[in-house]
Design a protein around this ligand. Structure first.
Ligand SMILES: Nc1nc2c(ncn2[C@@H]2O[C@H](COP(=O)(O)OP(=O)(O)OP(=O)(O)O)[C@@H](O)[C@H]2O)c(=O)[nH]1
Ligand SMILES: [Mg+2]
Length: 450
């Protein structure tokens, strides 16, 4: 008989520190819930507490900790005994997942959550303490995001990058497996199993780094081939609708999903209907608050794509009450990598979900923004017009002279600038062209050199 392993259950935990207001706190937990669902877990409860900070050894006060432990079936106390005890719920869950036995319906309803998911970055000892008190497995926000990236990575580059970020996340959180500080015999003698695991991780990281560099040399090559083209990058918070716009603008079949981090790889497509010169649109990985630093750094190809674009479209889900905070996260990450010098336009998406009063308020707050819905063809075609007008305004007219020996360059010229007229004289062809100044300068250089 076909049986599915039971859906893991999770309790969310959030601390509301004094600088965080109620709306932001709620939104953050809601977003964590969506991240957890993206992982395929079911959220069965939330425990939240106001505290001065998130640094306490067991994160929560003892009363709240007991409340959480009551949900997960743990003891509620942080005993100093290693390893952390497993709750009956978690043991049953693991046994069921292994045997893939159908869980009885009533037993399933009574199943306690096997995961505690905390909306903050935790230290390894906080994770250990919470696991001891709850008997559940504890993941923090970073752990969840790293896990999602791990599952969604498709291309070789993304996979390598995510494995590196994951190892960097895991390494400091490794704990002694049962048997504690036992010493090994033979090669590596004198190292504890923990040291050995850490050494393996270091070796693996070095290996990954080499692979990654090779893959990136390749993609740098492809990118530099696109260097002089008219390029637009769609950037923004996860789930804002970047891939939907990409699809609508380019007629491509990129993945659109109501999931966080549906896109992990940069894709580049031509704006349709095609223009001359043509415009390339790139879709990029979404951002999220507290995006782990290693992951930001590792998404080099996305970020480079943004840095090298002539125009950034900041896509925002305007129907989300926290859209401004989301926009700030996006701006912050791009500022960090120096992409704030690239010209940009704000695109307020999902306007079909915003009422008239909301629309008026958005216009007042962001008078220069483009308001649209990625699902409305007339909006998308207006955006296409805006993109074309942007490049049109940057373009200049100039004259290129080709000798008869240089006719081989004609294809490249037609691809990178618009040819307004062609004339022939005794020395060759004279083209009147319109294009970006940088592109024309490069064409002149290659004509002079050939
Ligand atoms: N109502 C409405 N929904 C939209 C609009 N644009 C996108 N969506 C929906 O929003 C969800 C996310 O869209 P995506 O295009 O995958 O978002 P993304 O920005 O690429 O997300 P990531 O790849 O996760 O960063 C999907 O369910 C889309 O159908 C819109 O204009 N209106
Ligand atoms: Mg996407």
């Amino acid at each position: 008989m076909e049986t599915k392993p039971p859906t893991p259950r999770a309790v969310l935990v959030g601390i509301q520190t004094p600088e965080v207001d109620d709306v932001a706190h709620e939104a953050s937990l809601e977003e964590l819930g969506r991240l957890v669902k993206t992982l395929g877990y079911e959220v069965v409860g939330t425990v939240s507490q106001r505290r001065e900070g998130t640094g306490a050894g067991s994160l929560l006060g003892s009363g709240k900790l007991a409340e959480l432990a009551a949900l997960t079936g743990g003891t509620g106390v942080v005993s100093s005994m290693a390893p952390p005890p497993r709750s009956k719920a978690r043991a049953r869950f693991e046994a069921a997942a292994e045997a893939a036995e159908p869980a009885e319906a009533d037993q399933d309803a009574a199943r306690k959550p096997e995961f505690v998911i905390v909306d903050h970055e935790l230290s390894p000892s906080q994770i250990r303490n919470l696991e001891r008190a709850t008997g559940a497995e504890v993941l923090d926000r970073t752990g969840v995001i790293v896990e999602i990236f791990h599952r969604h990575a498709k291309t070789r580059e993304a996979k390598l990058q995510v494995e590196m970020a994951r190892l960097k996340y895991v390494a400091p959180r490794l704990r002694e497996s049962s048997g504690g500080g036992e010493r090994r015999q033979g090669p590596g003698a004198g190292e504890s199993t923990l040291d050995l695991d850490r050494r393996k991780i270091r070796d693996r990281l070095a290996e990954l780094k080499d692979h990654l560099e090779a893959v990136q040399r390749d993609s740098d090559h492809r990118r530099s081939a696109r260097q002089d083209q008219l390029r637009v990058a769609l950037v923004g918070y996860t789930n804002a609708g970047k891939s939907s716009l990409m699809r609508a603008l380019t007629g491509s079949e990129v993945l659109v999903e109501d999931k966080l981090f549906a896109t992990l790889d940069t894709t580049v497509r031509i704006l349709q209907p095609e223009t001359r010169p043509r415009v390339l649109i790139s879709d990029t990985v979404g951002f999220i608050k507290q995006l782990p630093h290693d992951l930001v750094a590792s998404f080099r190809s996305t970020l480079t794509e943004a840095l090298e674009a002539s125009l950034l479209l900041f896509v925002v889900d305007a129907s989300d009450p926290t859209y401004e905070a989301q926009l700030e996260v996006t701006r912050g990450v791009l500022r960090e990598i120096g992409a704030d010098a690239v010209p940009s336009r704000l695109v307020l998406n999902k306007m079909d979900r915003v009422d008239a009063a909301g629309r008026a308020a958005l216009i007042e707050k962001h008078p220069d923004a483009i308001l649209l819905s990625a699902h409305a063809p007339e909006d998308v075609s207006a955006l296409r017009g805006t993109i074309i007008a942007f490049f049109e305004a940057e373009m200049v007219e100039d004259v290129l002279a080709l000798s008869y020996a240089q006719q081989g360059l004609i294809g490249e010229i037609y691809n990178s600038v618009r040819v307004l007229s062609e004339e022939y004289d005794e020395s060759g062809r004279v083209l009147k062209v319109r294009g970006l100044p940088g592109v024309i300068a490069r064409l002149k250089r290659s004509l002079a050199a050939s």
